[in-house]
Structures are given as structure tokens and as C-alpha cells.
Write a protein that binds this ligand. Sequence first.
Ligand code: PLP
Length: 400
Amino acid sequence: MEIEKRFSKMSKRMKSSIIRELLRDATNTSIISFGGGAPDPETFDREALAKLSQGVLLDEYQISLQYGATEGDPLLKDELIKILEERHGIKGLKHGNLLITVGSQQALDLMGRVFLDEDSYVMVSHPIYLGAASAFRAYGPKFITIDLEDDGLNIDQVEKALKELDSKGEIQKLKFIYTVPNFHNPAGVTMSLEKRKALVELARKYDVLILEDDPYGELRYEGERLPDIYYLANGENVILLNTMSKVMSPGIRIGMIAGDEKIVAKAALAKQGADLCTPTFTQRLVARYLQEGTIFNRIKSAIEIYRKKKNIMLDALQKYVNVEGAKWTKPEGGLFIWVTLPEKYDTMELFEEAKKVGVAYIPGSAFYVDDRVSSSFRLSFCLPPEDQIEEGIKRIGKLL
Ligand SMILES: Cc1ncc(COP(=O)(O)O)c(C=O)c1O
């Protein structure tokens, strides 16, 4: 059978991800990998989770080993609502405003499923989180790309693009503006308060949705916490995605969508067809863990680990990358540093050379929805041990 001919249009739009390939390299111990965004396993609270697992399995087996509601475990929703209220100032959320997902990656896919058609537009930053680009691309929308600056999206470009769509009578085809306001993946930058407010104003004026994706907000190493876009907009026209992946464990695969009840209900319908429900065991485990109230202490120690690693990487870049015109972001949090070299460099080409000297990063071109050559690359400092961070950057410096 010529199987290729049987595949759907959607499946043909799916491309193999360089990140997946790099994750394969990351397991090769001879390579120092600054590739994937996998958290440092030392941050995982394994003893507490092992203890709680016992009770969740033995005492709550009728829930934790059974099918659950597609919408999610009510106990977990209670805990998440509490956190959103106490730490994010978001009040008045009900269970109907939350959907528990298999990581925020599933949330991104569900947003694609419920909003995007082939004639839709999505507005995204350039560079963009690769996983969001692949999730949306599968549904065939047109991307409107907005430059990312040191303080977040270029708001003038956003406004211009909105005006243009509006004047063509196509504003309703713009399904959402996707943004990662805190410690952007891959760029490391954070959207300023002024820009957050301006974005909320624009979304209101043109009546468009903002899809706010915030996996890294709790991982702040310096500076002041900024309010969520969702908070600033009073929840109006904003959908908020969050996840336990970077602050607790990515293997547990718990994420969430918070937003208008109608959107959440539609996403739940889409989720039903995908997987019936998020694993009930990990949902209940996370609920019990959050009830213990120790997660924020744990995050504090993770912050210590990551701040140190980030500073080691920044110092090493300063010391070893002596290329005129090279620059890099100095993130206040999150897991990534974005390095930009002079234009003559093609970091995809360089990537093969880097592997030969035993170091890996993600070439910048992976984070653009067009086929550009990029002189940037993403470094993540979360996974390699401290001594390897310096050694890896030294190798990159020498190669350059
Ligand atoms: C910006 C962003 N969104 C979503 C995700 C997906 O995370 P998960 O599915 O593990 O919650 C990631 C993971 O790296 C990310 O960086």
C-alpha cells in the first residue's frame, strides 16, 4: 500500500521537530546538551511524591485508578483555583473556568482544535515556542508574526497588523494572539507592564482573544513579579495556560486552561475525543501534593539551583564568546538564553560542527515559522551540571 497517499492533509502539515531529535542527543552522555528545556531532576520532590503516591493508590484507588471526568479532578481544580487567587490575584474562578490538560502542550493543541481553520489567522511572536508553532500549524492557519523585543512583543506591529485585518474586514478570522509573557521560550525576554496593558487594550478595542502561556512565571531569579495579562484584563478576552512541568515535574503531565466557561467547555469536548481524561492518578497526586503546601518552598530551592546555573552560563558567555557583534539575553527567570551572532553565521550549519566538539544547542531557525536562516541559537542552562555549563560554553566559544 502507498501509505503516504492515505495520510490526511493535517498529518502532512506535521513536521518532525528538531527538539525531539535533540532530546535523543541529550541522552548521549558524551555531548553537553543545552538543547531541551528539561528541568534539573534534582528539583523533583521525589520523596514527598513517593510518600503521597502510596495513599493516592491504596486509599483513593477508586478515583486514582479509575476513569475521571474529562474536565479534570475537582480536588485538583480547588487547589489550582486557590493558587490562582492567592499568587496571581485572579478571583472568582469556578470549576467551569478550568480544564485540566496533559501538560500545557495539550492545551495548545486543544486551542488549535477549537479555534483554527485553514482560513484563520494566529498572531505569534517571532521567534515562537516551537511546540506552539507545531500545535497550531497542524490546523493550517496563517501566521502573522510579530518581532520580539527585549521587553516583549513589538506592540506597534501588533496594532498595525490588527488595524490592517480590521480594514480588510478580516479581524474575526484572527483567532488569538499567542504570547509567552514571562521568560520567553526561546528568547528569555519578559513583557513589560506597559506592554501587557497595551496588549489588553488592543485586544479589547479589536475584540480579539489573547492566549497567554505561562509555564515559567514562578521561576523568577531577579526583579519584581509582573501581573498576568489575564489578571490585568480581568479575565476578559484572555485564556491562560499553565503547567506543573517546570515547577514540579514534566513527567507528571499536568497542565491547565483557565478562561471563559464557553471556551473551556468546547475544549473539554475536543479533549474527550483525544484522550477521555487526563490521568487520574497524577491529577490526584498533584492535588494532594498542592494540599501539603510545600510546593513554593520547593520552588524556592529550584530557583537557587537555576539562578546559579544561569549566572555560570552568562559568565562563561562573557568569558569565552569573543565574537564582535555577538549578544545574548540576560533573563530574569525561566530556563533559556538566546544568543545572536553577526548575520554571517548560520547556526544550523554550525550545529553539526558543535556536535563534533561535543556540545548541542537549538539553532534559531527552529523557532521561526518561515524558512529563514538564523544567526541566533537557544541555550538552556537547566539540565547540565554546573561544571559542564562552563565547559560547554568554552567549546562553543572556541568553535566560533
Ligand atoms: C512556552 C511553553 N509552552 C508550553 C510548553 C509545554 O509544556 P508542558 O506540556 O510540559 O506543560 C513548554 C515546554 O517547554 C513551553 O516552553
